[in-house]
Design a protein around this ligand. Structure first.
Ligand code: NCD
Length: 322
C-alpha cells in the first residue's frame, strides 16, 4: 500500500480505551485530566528517587526518531524503563531507511520481534499516523513530534507544569511567543490549554511567523511582544524552527532578539511572577535572554522533569494490562 495513502487512524480500541496518542486534538477534558493526574503521580521532586513501577514488565517499546531529539527521546526511554519495559532505539538515519527500506517495512520487521509500541518522530507529519494505520491491532503508536503538526506529550507536560505551579489552567492568560507558525509545540499547547479552560491563549509572533487564520481556533493574535505578553500568567517562548523554513526566511538573530527576545525588562509587562516556559532546545540571546531562562520565574527545568512523568503516564495508559 502506498505510504501516501493515509486515512485518519482511529486512536481508540473497541472497548473505548486509548490505543494511539498522535495528537491531543479531539481528546476529551476528562481524559486529559486523567492523564495529567497519572502524570502527577509519577512526577517526583529531584530530592526523592524517581518513581518506578512494574506496569510494563514484558512489554517492548521501540523508539524511532528521524529528527534530532535530546529530551523527548531520553525521557521516553527513561519512562519505558522505569515502568519495567524493554526499550530499543532505532537510529533512523543509520537504519535501513537510508538503504531505501520504507518506514512500514522497518516497522513490520520490528513487529515480528514482538514490539508492543512505537514512538515516532519525523519531519513528515504524516508518518506516525500512517504507521498507526498499518500496525497490528495489539500495537500502539505514540507521536514524539510530527512535523509542525503535533507534539502531544509536550502539550501534556506543559499543562502539568502550569498546573503544578498555578494549581489550575482555568482562567489563565497564556502567551505562546515566537515561531508559532512552524511549531508543533505551539499547536499541542494551544489545544490542551484551550481544552482545559484557559481564559485566553494568545499567539504572539512576527507577521511572517504567525500561522494561517484557519488554524488555532479560539486563540487571540498579537504581532507585538510587549502587548502580547502584557498581564499574562504564562509566557511560553519558542525556538525559530529554521529547519522548517527556507534560508531566505530565517530572521537575523540579533535583530530578532531586539524585537522578540524575552528580556527581564520585557517580562515585567506580564503579571508579577508570571511563569516562563520553553520546550527547549533554547537559543539564548535569540528568543530568550539567559538570565530569564535561568531566572526565578523560569519553570523550564520542571518541564523537562515532568516530561518523564507524562511519558510514563501515557505509556502505562496505552499499554498496561494489554
Ligand atoms: C521541540 C520539538 O522538537 O518540537 N523540542 C522538544 O521536543 N522539547 C521544540 C523545538 O525543537 O524547538
Amino acid at each position: 500500500m502506498s505510504e501516501k495513502n493515509i486515512l485518519s487512524s482511529n486512536p481508540w480500541r473497541s472497548d473505548g480505551s486509548l490505543r494511539h496518542l498522535l495528537t491531543l486534538e479531539g481528546l476529551s477534558r476528562p481524559l486529559l485530566e486523567t492523564l495529567l493526574e497519572r502524570s502527577a503521580h509519577y512526577s517526583a521532586p529531584l530530592s526523592v528517587p524517581a518513581a518506578r513501577s512494574n506496569a510494563l514488565i514484558g512489554k517492548t517499546v521501540a523508539l524511532m526518531f528521524a529528527e534530532p531529539s535530546t529530551r523527548t527521546r531520553v525521557s521516553f526511554e527513561l519512562a519505558a524503563r522505569r515502568l519495567g519495559a524493554d526499550v530499543i532505539n532505532i537510529e533512523v538515519q543509520l537504519s535501513s531507511r537510508l538503504k531505501g527500506e520504507s518506514v512500514l517495512d522497518t516497522v513490520a520487521t520490528l513487529e515480528s520481534m514482538h514490539v508492543d509500541a512505537f514512538v515516532l518522530r519525523d519531519s513528515d507529519a504524516s508518518i506516525p499516523e500512517m504507521v498507526a494505520k498499518h500496525v497490528a491491532p495489539s500495537v500502539s503508536v505514540i507521536s514524539g513530534g510530527a512535523g509542525s503538526l503535533s507534539h502531544p506529550t509536550q502539550g501534556l507536560l506543559d499543562a502539568l507544569t502550569v498546573r503544578q505551579h498555578r494549581g489550575r489552567i482555568e482562567g489563565l492568560t497564556i502567551a505562546i511567543v515566537g515561531d508559532v507558525k512552524h511549531s508543533r509545540v505551539a499547536r499541542s499547547a494551544a489545544q490542551i490549554f484551550t481544552a482545559l479552560g484557559a481564559g485566553e491563549v494568545r499567539l504572539v509572533a512576527p507577521v511572517g511567523l504567525m500561522p494561517d487564520e484557519a488554524e488555532f481556533a479560539g486563540c487571540s493574535r498579537f504581532t507585538n511582544l510587549d502587548r502580547g505578553i502584557s498581564d499574562c500568567d504564562v509566557v511560553m517562548m519558542l525556538r525559530i524552527q529554521k529547519e522548517r523554513m527556507t534560508a531566505a526566511a530565517i530572521p537575523d538573530e540579533a535583530r530578532y532578539f531586539q524585537e522578540w527576545g524575552l528580556t527581564r525588562e520585557r517580562l515585567q509587562r506580564a503579571k508579577p511572577g508570571a511563569l516562563v516556559m520553553h520546550p527547549q532546545p533554547m537559543n539564548r540571546g535569540v528568543e530568550i535572554a539567559s538570565d530569564v531562562a535561568d531566572g526565578p520565574q523560569s519553570v523550564i527545568r520542571d518541564q523537562v522533569r515532568n516530561g518523564v512523568a507524562v511519558r510514563m503516564a501515557v505509556l502505562e495508559t496505552l499499554l498496561a494490562g494489554r
